[in-house]
Write a protein that binds this ligand. Structure first.
Ligand code: DGL
Length: 265
């Protein structure tokens, strides 16, 4: 069986590529809901419903495990999917998100004050706060929504990023954070620019934390690992394919991606 990787769109290709690098032997199936992306400004109910459909599709395609690479979907839908939906629909499968590994990495590195940069929905959900406080209740956390960064990256606008990044990180800098979680699929592409704006701050990047966390999970769960086929297969599905999706995918994945286009019921 395969490892499914779900994202609202194509930003999750960064995680997908990082997983392929770290654990190349497994078979992966990527699903990006490009017809309905971005999710970052949608309501919780909508994000839950879209995520449920996507995860069900990946399970029907013989994925044993689905990683919700999208922070917004991890924040707004993962807990409910795991607790209310999975046990009655796919009791032998599992779903993992991207918030907990980032939260764990942040608490292991911080001196006490963590910043979170994410989409508006993720910030409003307070899901990062919840996960960090579960690990270390005394942590100080300052969140900042950065809604312009996803469209900027998808439109190849990194060269315009500096003043926008500065506007988002200035309030964080003023609060004195020492560690910053890049809590959105796309932000690893702006790692250098964000680090330049916050040179003293430790960045938590999910293209580093998620592969390490999956490797660790599979080691701790040999029964899950045993269900996974190891033929190095890669499939990429989207719900809408345009020239700009294809171009952005090349930039995010680092090479051309052959997509299958499908419709969800
Ligand atoms: N994938 C989303 C996330 O990580 C960003 C794009 C969106 O808003 O759908 O939060």
């Amino acid at each position: 069986m395969k490892i499914g990787v779900f994202d609202s769109g194509i930003g999750g290709l960064i995680i997908s590529h990082a997983l392929s690098d770290r654990l190349p032997e497994y078979d992966y199936m990527y699903f990006g809901d490009t017809a309905r992306a971005p999710y970052g400004n949608r309501s919780q109910e909508t994000i839950y419903e879209y995520s449920r459909q996507a995860v069900a599709f990946l399970f029907q395609q013989d994925c044993s495990l689905v990683i919700i690479a999208c922070n917004t979907a991890s924040a707004e839908a993962l807990r409910r999917l795991q607790q209310e939906w999975l046990p009655s629909h796919f009791p032998d499968r599992n779903i993992l998100g991207v918030l907990i590994p980032a939260a764990e990495s942040a608490v292991s590195k911080t001196h006490g004050h963590i910043g979170v940069l994410a989409t508006a929905s993720t910030v409003e959900s307070k899901a990062f706060e919840r996960e960090i406080h579960k690990l270390r209740p005394e942590m100080r956390i300052t969140q900042q929504a950065a809604p312009l960064l996803v469209p900027l990256i998808e439109n190849d606008g990194q060269r315009f990023a500096s003043p926008i990044i500065e506007a988002y990180v200035a309030p964080l800098r003023d609060t004195g954070i020492d560690t910053l979680v890049l809590g959105c699929t796309h932000y690893p592409l702006l790692k250098n620019e964000i680090q330049a704006a916050l040179p003293e701050v430790t960045l938590i990047c999910q293209d580093e934390t998620i592969p390490a966390s999956l490797a660790n999970y599979l080691e701790r769960h040999p029964e899950r690992q045993a269900t996974l086929s190891q033929n190095g297969g890669r499939r990429f599905c989207v719900t809408d394919l345009t020239r700009s999706v294809q171009q952005a995918a090349r930039m995010l994945y680092g090479q051309d991606v052959q997509f299958e286009v499908l419709t969800l019921e």
